[in-house]
Design a protein around this ligand. Structure first.
Ligand code: MLT
Ligand code: ZN
Length: 468
């Protein structure tokens, strides 16, 4: 893609204003800054401009126009991503779906809704709740992230142990491909054995194949009075031992962990310790507990874990309010450390491999990062760990990123031996692109390229993301 001079830009944007209302084609510095970046804050945003289409037809015309003019497009949702997939730093046109945020259809018999891609996750969750149903894909960025972006990254979050990932809830997609064709994929069907399911190619495609414009999502019944327990764990081994026991006895809807070092950051923001005992690690688990029916069982399991030495203290929520407060200890970590510009690793292995992996990377990180503050947290019940390295205030960003990148090579080599993934739920984007080969064989990446070529022959869709 070529960079454009000011007069070329003006002509190109006038062309867009012929089919998108001029007020929704923005080239002012504030818009370019805000829409050109995500939550990574590692790259200097530099988009050509920002377009906010209001209809599917406008999206389609825009993609066709971009093909005619070889203009790179960056589809944009809530930009809460952490791998730079929604960053526009090379003169691209950002296509924000935020004006297309309506819920278009709801069917209680199908237990499903159809929404535009710009619908905010929390709005969808609330819409379902008001109808006695539940959209269970959930994470801390629910108030800003959009359904289209969630689908484009196959977002996971805090309820995956029970409900799976975004992919499991998408029963239909309307997409505008990189060629400018509108495809209506799967139309909300539960069963459809009529050949390749292109819907699933768009889930996790990070905007590289086309633009998601509408989604049909499955809903389910709400959780019945979930209780939350936070447990103080003396060492990493205890975590998976507790999981093995609890998941067989309680209906778990979350099994998360965080380290004492991570907890200290949320405490600085005004939250309180869950209990007095300080332990190196904590587990947060949630389980269905209607009318307190399973409280005694949970307490008995707690006693058993304590006898085994797997935990040393704990608390169980007594009310919805207390459950929410406990959740904040885990959910607020990411935001509480943002000011330290953390270098983020979001890795995954099969659950059975977690204990072996934990031991190896614990040792590796202690060896490779003796001077950096390393925080652990994440969705350990899914085999997904977030390892955040905080930037020392006096270290220059580029040097820090380069040093962490060098350690990542060791970390990913370990991960590769365990058959794991360099990105569990944050995506590849720009930050993990150099490491994709640790997770995907070269032959496989060749097939990915061929798929990209089929949907986006001119390479206008989010170029430079996932792979070059
Ligand atoms: C989380 O689990 O808190 C999110 O994935 C965000 C993060 O990893 O920082
Ligand atoms: Zn996460």
């Amino acid at each position: 893609m070529t960079m454009h001079t000011a007069s070329e830009t003006a002509v190109l944007l006038d062309g867009v204003r012929a089919f998108v209302e001029p007020a929704h084609v923005r080239a002012d510095p504030d818009s370019r800054l805000n829409y050109g970046r995500d939550w990574t804050r590692l790259y200097a945003p530099n988009p050509l401009a920002v377009v906010l289409p209001g209809t599917v037809e406008q999206v389609q015309r825009l993609v066709r126009y971009a093909n005619d003019h070889r203009l790179a497009l960056v589809p944009s949702g809530g930009r809460t991503g952490l791998s730079g997939a929604a960053v526009a730093c090379r003169g691209e046109l950002v296509v924000s779906l935020e004006r297309m945020s309506r819920i278009l259809d709801f069917d209680p018999v199908d237990r499903s809704l159809t929404c535009q891609a710009g619908a905010v996750t929390e709005a969808v969750q609330n819409f379902a709740r008001e109808r006695g149903l539940y959209y269970p894909v959930d994470f801390a960025s629910r108030g800003s992230s959009q359904i289209g972006g969630n689908i484009a990254t196959n977002a996971g979050g805090i309820k995956v142990v029970r409900y799976g990932l975004t992919r499991d809830w998408v029963t239909g997609l309307k997409v505008v491909t990189g060629r400018g064709d509108l495809l209506d994929l799967n139309r909300g069907l539960i069963k459809n054995a009529s050949g390749y399911d292109l819907r699933h190619l768009f889930v996790g495609s990070e905007g590289t194949l086309g633009i998601i414009v509408e989604a049909t999502l499955k809903l389910t019944r709400p959780l019945r009075e979930p209780s939350v327990m936070v447990l103080g764990v003396p060492d990493l081994n205890g975590i998976m031992a507790i999981y093995g026991l609890l998941r067989g006895k309680l209906e778990l809807s979350a099994f998360e962990f965080f380290s004492e070092l991570a907890l200290r950051h949320v405490l600085k923001k005004g939250l309180h310790r869950p209990f007095d005992t300080e332990t190196p690690y904590y587990v947060l688990t949630e389980f269905e507990n209607p009318d307190g029916l399973h409280t005694d069982a949970a307490l008995a399991l707690f006693e058993h874990c304590a006898e085994q030495g797997w935990l040393v203290d704990g608390v169980i929520s007594q009310s919805e309010t207390q459950a929410k407060e406990l959740w904040r200890l885990r959910e607020d970590i990411s935001e509480s450390i943002a000011e330290h510009q953390p270098y983020k690793n979001d890795i995954a292995v099969r659950i059975s491999r977690v204990p072996a992996l934990l031991g190896e990377i614990d040792e590796l990180l202690a060896r490779e990062y003796p001077d950096f503050e390393v925080l652990w947290y994440g969705h350990i019940g899914d085999g997904n760990l977030h390892i955040n390295i905080l930037k020392p205030a006096d270290l220059e960003s580029a040097t820090f990123a380069q040093q962490c990148g060098a350690v990542s090579e060791h970390l990913f080599a370990v991960l590769q031996r365990h058959g794991g993934s360099i990105s569990a739920e944050h995506g590849v984007g720009l930050t993990k692109k150099p490491y994709l080969h640790y997770t995907r064989a070269e032959t496989e990446i060749g097939y990915l390229r061929a798929i990209k070529q089929a949907f986006d022959p001119n390479g206008i869709m989010n170029p430079g993301k996932i792979f070059d």
